[in-house]
Design a protein around this ligand. Structure first.
Ligand code: MBD
Ligand code: FE
Length: 284
C-alpha cells in the first residue's frame, strides 16, 4: 500500500487538530487572570512534586521534552487530552444532571452531518462490512414527557475501527448522520456495529502506551449528541455487552448506564437494541 492510502497517526492526529481549530470552541473563552494563575500554578506544582518525589533524572526530563515535541508534530494533542483528561472535565460539567449519563466527545466529532427523519439508514458504503445494527429508542425529558422532533447526531467507527474524515479512503460522511425523531420522540436508525478502537501505535500517544506497557484499546462504541429545544445537550457514548475493554477503556469513558442490551434483529440479519435518552431541562 502507498503512504496515501495507509492510516497513520500523524494523518488522523493532524486532522483532529485542524478540526479542533475550526470548531469555534475557543472563540468565546475569556481567560481570567486569577483563574489562569490558579490552574497553571497547580499544574506546575504537581509536575515539580513528581520530579522531587520520584527523583526524575536528566535522561527522563529529556525524554519528556522529546515526547511533548512529538505530540505536537503528530497533531496528537486532541487525542492525548481526550483520552487521558476529558473524562474528568465531563464529570465536572454534568454532575448536576438528573437525566441521562453522558460521556466524552473525543477527537472525531464533525458537526452538521447530513440530516434525515427517522426511521432512517445512516450513510454507509454499498459493501459496508460488519453486523447490521438497528438502534432504536425514545427521547424524553426528566419529567417523562416525550420530546418531539428531538435531534440525534450519531457517529462511530467502521468494522476496522476507522472514522470517516480521520482515516483515508472512506466516504466523507460514512457512518455519520443527524437524525430527527418523530412526534413522540421515537427514533429508529439502521447502522453497522462498530469495531473496538485502537489508539494509533505509530504516533506519540502510541509510543507512550508501548513504553509504559499499557494497552491501546477503547471498547467498541457509538458516539451521540442528543438535543431538544429547552434541554441540555447530551454528549454520550454507548457500549456493547461483553467487549473485552468495557472494564479497562484507555479513555476511562465507560459507565454502567451506557451499556446497551443487544438482541437478534426481529427482521432481517444482524442485531437490534433499544436505548431511551432522558434530557435535563435547561436551568432557568
Ligand atoms: C476515540 O474513538 C474516542 O472515542 C476517544 C474518546 C479517543 C480516541 C478515539
Ligand atoms: Fe470514538
Amino acid at each position: 500500500m502507498s503512504t496515501e492510502t495507509t492510516a497513520s497517526a500523524a494523518a488522523s492526529g493532524n486532522a483532529a487538530t485542524d478540526r479542533f481549530r475550526q470548531s469555534g470552541k475557543t472563540s468565546a473563552i475569556q481567560a481570567d487572570v486569577e483563574r489562569v494563575n490558579l490552574l497553571a500554578s497547580k499544574l506546575i506544582k504537581a509536575a515539580n512534586d513528581i520530579v522531587l518525589e520520584e527523583r526524575v533524572s536528566y535522561d527522563e526530563f529529556n525524554a519528556l521534552k522529546a515526547w511533548l515535541i512529538k505530540v505536537g508534530e503528530d497533531g496528537e494533542w486532541p487525542l492525548f487530552l481526550d483520552v487521558w483528561l476529558e473524562h474528568s472535565v465531563e464529570e465536572v460539567a454534568t454532575d448536576h444532571r438528573e437525566g441521562n449519563k453522558g460521556s466524552i466527545e473525543g477527537p472525531y466529532y464533525i458537526p452538521e452531518a447530513p440530516e434525515q427523519k427517522t426511521p432512517a439508514t445512516i450513510s454507509m458504503r454499498e459493501d459496508e462490512q460488519g453486523t447490521p445494527l438497528l438502534f432504536q429508542g425514545q427521547v424524553r425529558s426528566t419529567d417523562g414527557s416525550a420530546l418531539s422532533n428531538a435531534k440525534i447526531e450519531l457517529w462511530h467507527a467502521d468494522e476496522e475501527g476507522f472514522y470517516s474524515q480521520f482515516a483515508p479512503n472512506i466516504p466523507e460522511w460514512n457512518l455519520r448522520g443527524t437524525f430527527i425523531a418523530d412526534e413522540e420522540g421515537n427514533f429508529q436508525i439502521n447502522t453497522m456495529q462498530p469495531a473496538p478502537y485502537q489508539i494509533p501505535t505509530d504516533g506519540a500517544c502510541g509510543q507512550l502506551i508501548a513504553a509504559a506497557g499499557w494497552h491501546a484499546w477503547r471498547p467498541a462504541h457509538l458516539h451521540l449528541k442528543v438535543s431538544a429545544p429547552g434541554h441540555e445537550l447530551l454528549t454520550a457514548q454507548l457500549y456493547f455487552p461483553g467487549d473485552a475493554h468495557n472494564d479497562d477503556d484507555i479513555a476511562t469513558a465507560v459507565k454502567p448506564e451506557l451499556l446497551l442490551e443487544i438482541q437478534p434483529a426481529a427482521e432481517g440479519a444482524g442485531v437490534q437494541t433499544t436505548y431511551d435518552f432522558v434530557l435535563d431541562p435547561e436551568a432557568k
